[in-house]
Write a protein that binds this ligand. Structure first.
Ligand code: MN
Length: 241
């Protein structure tokens, strides 16, 4: 039976070896049995460029390569933390980079995949930041700098974002429902899967009088989480620990 899996916001970093172990176990026990694994952003806590030796993340890359060798198609969409993942890392790990908005068909249903941050339109300050960092020219300029400078920059950007988020209202950092509806109408989909907000849920509502679903993936900490869809059942949010 065909099976699609979706994860996001694992925020893998050598600073959280327990979450790395959890991810490797998820690959061994769950993902290896799927046909396709879609990673919808913020897979890595941060990524400074493919020239980074990324000490401590080797088990993660090996696990992805194992999926590739095992015949599982792995797709990677960038989030707001790992947007500098490039083709060198993709080749090494055996995944395909996909750009958002990404459309696919699941059981005959058009499905839209996003990281999710583009839907947080109430957070105007964040959207400005996003426009800057997702600009190819800006990214090329950053990648041209020495790794050590990039490390410092990433560190100060994380601090700024943590500070800014601490002052923001909880609601502002969630998706804007009007943006959700507009986006789903634009791509003519009744199913949307995304992460980013760390507010896992399956939301049911109507678009044009038809039932629609927005599935929000969970972040990973002491527990993992994924969404599973197969040929015979409704999408399911599954905990992994
Ligand atoms: Mn994110």
């Amino acid at each position: 039976m065909r099976e699609w899996l979706f994860i996001s916001d694992t925020h893998l970093t050598p600073d959280r070896p327990d979450v790395i172990r959890l991810f490797v176990r998820f690959v061994d026990e769950v993902a290896i049995h799927a046909d396709r694994l879609y990673i919808l952003g913020d897979f890595l806590e941060y990524w400074l460029g493919d020239d980074d030796s990324a000490e401590g993340l080797e088990p993660v890359f090996q696990a992805l390569k194992m999926l590739d060798n095992g015949g599982v198609n792995v797709f990677f969409m960038a989030g707001n933390r790992d947007f500098l993942v490039g083709h060198a890392l993709a080749d090494k790990c055996g995944f395909s980079i996909i750009e958002e908005p990404y459309m696919l068909e699941i059981n005959g249903k058009k499905t839209l995949l996003l990281h999710g941050d583009t839907l947080c339109t109430d957070d105007i300050e964040y959207q400005k930041f996003r426009t800057m960092v997702r600009n190819r020219k800006w990214q090329q300029q950053i990648l041209a700098r020495p790794l050590r400078e990039r490390e410092q920059l990433a560190h100060s950007m994380r601090q700024q974002s943590e500070q800014a988020n601490a002052e923001k209202d909880y609601q502002i950092m969630d998706v804007n429902q009007d943006s959700v509806i507009q986006t789903m109408k634009k791509y003519s989909v009744q199913l949307l899967i995304h992460g980013h907000t760390h507010r896992p849920a399956i939301h049911d509502f109507n678009i044009n009088g038809q039932p629609a679903k927005r599935i929000v993936l969970s972040d990973w900490h002491n527990k993992g989480s994924y969404v599973k869809i197969n040929e015979s059942s409704e999408p399911e949010l599954v905990e992994f620990s």
